[in-house]
Design a protein around this ligand. Structure first.
Ligand SMILES: Nc1nc2c(ncn2[C@@H]2O[C@H](COP(=O)(O)OP(=O)(O)O)[C@@H](O)[C@H]2O)c(=O)[nH]1
Ligand SMILES: [Mg+2]
Length: 542
């Protein structure tokens, strides 16, 4: 039996952890009850508040008029913690865990004060079994607790978890390890009990031996789950350290178009290379500064042109990044087609993304420019007409009539090669891009080269996607290999992001000012409104 001082210490320790662990309420109360001490008032109130409605006064056990302490997480939406997946505990190999637990438990000696041989053996056996049970189960308890609940994750990290490890396997592995922990505790307690109540020394020794063997077997049988947990931990710890709150420049495009190479040249310093669990894929994550504001730049897994049902987890991750991160998009197209994806398919991918994420700040980059001199020559010549010109002209008209200015200018631009107008293509391209930036579109638009009038419908064998890309208003031609166009790209990105940041700041300031004004004049306004309302009421329909 524990001495009162030890009991008091246990109670104090449980109290200290109260804020961190919900279970501590139960533990602290149980400890207090077991030791015949009064259940602490704060614990009682807090436990009550766990089940209480938002109205604290209505909570059972609450003292009327005395607000309950806010020890449990409130129902207000809390900011999701980020980076928890990359910080899950390191799990040692199960064989190592077992060997270490057996060694530590064997070192536990019986209480020195016991003189009777049988009593001494009972005490040794019970203490060693208890120690072995704890040495085996406690690391599992800590491990399981160190893995976050998916519901507590930022939506992008939840998607990251789901699309790499898988939400199902994640829950199942944690469940199995938790079950193993419980089994070890049950078996350990039962044998320790048996040893403590053994009739004689021989029985106590037998209980110790049998108990140790059984605990070993239980652990070994469950070691597959521990192995899985270990693999999962290694995988999660190697996940990309995306900071979901940081403005992000996401490089998007088909595989091998040159995204990673561009991250390299756009980053300040050396980008980090991160692996996606259970794949051979890795991405580059870098940073750069716009004025004093830190931004992250990252490539995303390559996208293919196909329906979502056919897309693999890596492609879906790209879509999740665009959906959940405050990202601006750099769409990278490789007109050499050396990447393995045709220009028509790259155009279709671009059109789909433009339609899915219409609000994004958007930059088009035509990569591997060092290999495309002939294409630039052709594209910049006003005499060369794209094969789909008549359809594109129709699209321009349709887009213009529907008010889609940016799309219209692009479609018009795509069609203009056939018109043979006096104005050169390059000038037209520049003018269209300037108009777009001026109109606040935030980047080049994306009409369909096939002339469907809709970005999503941008496909068709009749299209000339190489020329359509090459003539895309505002598209930047760059080569991370030769450095061509890289400075221009950086300048454009910086200017645009600075403009966006300034606009956001101005909007936030305007909102704050409006709120302050409303706060200051709230009373009067309300009265005025009431009067007006009454007036309006009398005067019939407003
Ligand atoms: N000639 C040339 N090759 C490039 C350029 N950028 C990338 N590459 C090559 O294209 C391939 C794919 O590049 P990578 O950056 O890994 O593409 P990602 O899959 O989109 O990230 C690599 O072999 C690169 O060396 C470039 O500007 N010029
Ligand atoms: Mg890459």
């Amino acid at each position: 039996m524990q001495c009162p001082l030890a009991a008091q210490r246990l109670l104090t320790r449980c109290s200290a952890r109260l804020g961190a662990c919900e279970n501590a309420f139960g533990l602290r109360n149980a400890a207090a009850r077991a030791l015949g001490l009064p259940v602490p008032r704060r614990a009682a109130s807090a436990a009550a508040s766990a089940t209480a409605s938002a109205d604290a006064a209505a909570a059972p056990g609450a003292v009327p008029g005395v607000p309950l302490p806010r020890l449990l997480p409130s129902r207000e939406p809390t900011k999701k913690a980020v980076g928890m997946l990359q910080r899950v505990p390191v799990i040692p190999p199960p064989a190592e865990q077992l060997a270490s637990a057996l060694k530590r438990a064997a070192r536990v000696a019986p209480s020195a004060a016991i003189k009777n041989e049988a009593e001494k053996e009972r005490n040794r056996a019970a203490r060693q079994l208890d120690a072995l049970m704890k040495e085996l189960s406690s690391p599992l308890t800590r491990a399981v607790k160190g893995f976050p609940r998916p519901a507590a994750l930022h939506p992008f990290e939840a998607a990251l978890l789901d699309l790499t490890v898988g939400a199902g396997p994640y829950a199942s592995i944690l469940g199995k390890v938790d079950a193993l922990r419980k089994a070890l505790q049950e078996v350990g307690k039962a044998y320790a009990n048996r040893a403590a109540k053994a009739a004689n020394k021989r029985e106590a020794t037998a209980a110790a031996e049998e108990g140790t063997e059984t605990l070993k077997k239980v652990f070994e049988r469950g070691s597959r789950a521990v192995d899985d947990l270990r693999r999962m931990s290694r995988a999660l710890r190697s996940l990309p350290h995306v900071q979901p709150e940081l403005p992000t420049l996401a490089l998007v495009g088909a595989p091998n178009v040159g995204k990673s190479s561009l991250v390299q040249v756009l980053s300040t310093g050396t980008p980090e290379v991160c692996d996606y669990p259970f794949t051979t894929r890795s991405i580059k994550m870098g940073h750069f500064w716009v004025d004093a504001r830190k931004h992250q730049v990252t490539d995303t897994p390559g996208l293919l042109s196909r329906a979502d049902e056919q897309r693999n987890a890596m492609e879906l991750l790209t879509l999740a990044a665009l959906q959940h991160l405050p990202s601006s998009v750099v769409f990278v197209a490789d007109l050499t087609e050396g990447c393995g994806t045709s220009c028509a398919d790259q155009w279709a991918i671009r059109a789909e993304l433009r339609q899915r994420f219409p609000g994004k700040v958007w930059f088009d980059v035509l990569s591997k420019a060092d290999l495309l001199t002939d294409v630039w020559e052709l594209a910049d010549s006003p005499d060369v007409a794209p094969r789909h010109a008549p359809r594109a002209a129709a699209a321009a008209a349709a887009a213009a009539s529907s008010g889609a200015g940016a799309a219209a200018s692009e479609a018009e631009a795509a069609a203009s090669g056939s018109g043979g107008g006096e104005e050169g293509w390059e000038e037209r391209r520049r003018a269209a891009a300037a108009a777009e930036v001026e109109a606040g579109d935030g980047g080049s638009g994306g009409a369909a080269p096939s002339g469907s009038g809709s970005e999503a419908g941008a496909r068709g064998p009749e299209a000339d996607p190489v020329l359509a890309f090459a003539r895309l208003p505002g598209a930047l031609r760059a080569s991370s290999l030769s450095g061509e166009g890289i400075e221009g790209l950086k300048a454009r990105v910086m200017a645009e992001l600075a403009r966006v940041a300034a606009a956001e700041q101005a909007a936030a300031e305007a909102e704050a000012a409006a709120e302050a004004e409303a706060d200051g004049e709230g009373g009067e306004d309300w009265e005025d409104e009431e009067e007006e309302w009454e007036e309006g009421d009398k005067g019939g329909p407003v």
